[in-house]
Design a protein around this ligand. Sequence first.
Ligand SMILES: [Mg+2]
Length: 288
Amino acid sequence: MEKILFIINPIAGKKTGKNINQDIIRYLDTDNFKPHFKYSEYAGHISEIAKQASVGEYKAIIAVGGDGTVNEIGRFLVHSNIPMGIIPIGSGNGLARHLKIPLSVKNAIKLINKMHTLQMDAIRINDMYSFCVAGIGFDSEVSRRFQKMKARGLFSYIIACLRCFNQSKNQDFIVRTKEKEYRLNGFMMCFANASQFGNNAYIAPGADVSDGIIDLILLKKPSYLQIPLLAFKTLTGTVENHSLYSRIKGKAFEINQENDFAHLDGEPIKVGTKFTVSIEEKTLHVIC
Ligand SMILES: [Mg+2]
């Protein structure tokens, strides 16, 4: 009998995590796996639990939450042989959606029973990790505002976007690769491992989490009139051909920005005005 640890974020998304242990016991293949449950009780607790568990004897560790929960657990499982599973109950579920992990709890657990794993890349930003999409500029400002809001979910996210939009403007970025230096001007810059932020908003259509490549996306500020088409293209996976959009593919970048913060998988964090982005290829085993 192999032990599986479920780390549950009870306040993720629509707060469905509280009683999820009953579903897990119902649908998990308990002939082969014995579930253990840990609930996060305060900010930073998930990381503490994951850190202790990452040196334990678990067959797998399951993130029960959103992309923030996935990030807090994934960072301790990178370079380990313990696979991470996801039961996506967050507000965006970007990585789970990208990996086509079912959004229904029942089917996500049935997928875990199969224990099929993929070796995915991790994007490293300074000494931190992003598994889905990280970014600077407008979307990091949105993540800061969103974090301060009481209500989560798509509606709150849209409100946060609208409130930040007026104050945000294009800024200068310098991007250095081994071969080249780019002087760019834009509204936001993303470092995509997965193709989407969550909620099927495809910022990097076609991005692959195991190709060893970071998709760097630059977006210039749209006018109010351009927003509907840009939003439509983002939600339909066709943003690539928009005139405000450009993409650079690479394995390592050095970035200069005017601000000193970023978001990693939606969580705001300080990275400094100069920071490094690199890819650690196929370093996280994920169940999908
Ligand atoms: Mg990639």
